[in-house]
Design a protein around this ligand. Structure first.
Ligand code: IPM
Ligand code: MG
Length: 357
């Protein structure tokens, strides 16, 4: 099969982790006889520095004509502490989501047995954690207008907007995943306060009727934040709006022991984007110490979701599991023993993929 990938390494540790994910992608492609083409493009702070735009038109054009986008990370301390900066790297990510119409961000949360003791939660609470957060990605407070400041600068406002159509497509997607899993959907909202949340609930109630085989529960976001750490095993598919999903998925990510482990897929109308959920970790940039596994697992999701190549994705996943069992891991998840570099881990995984019968 011809696999045409746009590669957007971005900022901070982005380039080093993407390099390892690409090695794994190449190894799997070679092994299964796929014809892989990778084209690199700029995004984030590096794109602002080079061309003054965090999501340049050339990058968008490449994404549109590719079969999948493999994305590293975005963000730079240079912009974080400057509230007056006119363009910010994060705008590149938001522009990409909007222009590619990636309305769903899918973040599977599973626990790796070798990392259970790294979690801040008690081991007995997390052994069977296996859920999926589906976050709406192109609406809500992130994109609602008006947004801005009053003329005298003393008042600022953001607007939360959702249409029935936007809610319908994301909630439907959640049910479609739930049927293939443990058949439970948790709709997270704040319907006791917010008008948009009441619309979410109304639309969800209609869709729930179409899926009688799926158990539906409605949960306020504050309660969901609590239940996620108190009883994480109870969740199967969680679906929620953009801002709630942003917050809950960061919370969910630490359950598993390391933020460095979780991949994500953003899907919608145009080309899907696969990226680790962690950020650009600027303190570690260029040091060859960052954990590449979330990005390598994002490549696995890419094979499965974008290309429908399940065996290839499963082999990458198996290689990642094996590297952890063998203790070939970076310092964030090393268990007392030796810590390996980003490139050591990547190389081990490539060897595993190529040698696996
Ligand atoms: C994420 C990130 C982004 C978001 C930032 C970098 C704009 O936190 O992907 O979760 O808020 O969506
Ligand atoms: Mg976030």
């Amino acid at each position: 099969m011809k696999l045409n990938i746009a590669v957007l390494p971005g900022d901070g540790i982005g380039p080093e982790i993407i390099e390892q994910a690409l090695h794994a992608t190449e190894a799997v492609s070679n092994k299964f006889g796929h014809e892989l083409t990778c084209n690199h493009a700029l995004v984030g702070a590096v794109a602002i520095d080079a061309v003054g735009n965090p999501y340049p038109d050339a990058t968008h054009a490449l994404c549109m004509e590719s079969d999948a986008v493999l994305f590293g990370a975005i963000g730079s301390p240079k912009y974080d502490n400057d509230p007056s900066a006119k363009v910010r790297p994060e705008q590149g990510l938001l522009a990409m989501r909007k222009k590619l119409e990636l309305y769903a961000n899918i973040r599977p949360v599973t626990v790796f047995s070798s990392l259970i003791d790294k979690s801040p939660l008690k081991p007995e609470l997390i052994g069977n954690v296996d859920f999926m957060c589906i976050r709406e990605l192109t609406g809500g407070l992130y994109f609602g207008r008006p947004q801005g400041r009053s003329e005298d600068g003393t008042t600022a406002y953001d607007t939360c907007v959702y249409t029935v159509e936007e809610i319908d497509r994301i909630v439907r997607l959640a049910y479609e995943y739930a049927i293939k899993r443990r058949k439970k959907v948790t709709i997270v909202d704040k319907a006791n306060v917010l008008c948009t949340s009441r619309l979410w609930r109304q639309v969800a109630q209609g869709i729930a009727k179409e899926f009688p085989q799926v158990e539906t529960e409605y949960m306020f976001v504050d309660n969901a934040a609590m239940q996620l750490i108190q009883w994480p095993e109870r969740f199967d598919v969680i679906v929620t709006e953009n801002m709630f999903g942003d917050i809950l998925t960061d919370e969910a990510s630490v359950i598993t022991g390391s933020l460095g482990m979780l991949p994500s897929a953003s899907v919608g109308v145009h080309t899907s984007v696969f990226e680790p959920i962690h950020g650009s970790y600027p303190q570690a940039a260029g040091k060859n110490i960052a954990n590449p596994l979330a990005t390598i697992l994002s490549a696995a999701l890419m094979f499965e979701y974008a290309f429908g190549l399940k065996t290839e994705g499963a082999l990458i996943r198996k290689a990642v599991d094996a590297s952890m069992d063998a203790g070939v891991v970076t310092e964030d998840i090393a268990r007392g023993g030796k810590a390996y570099t980003t490139s050591d881990v990547g190389k081990w995984i490539v060897d595993y993929i190529l040698n696996e019968k």
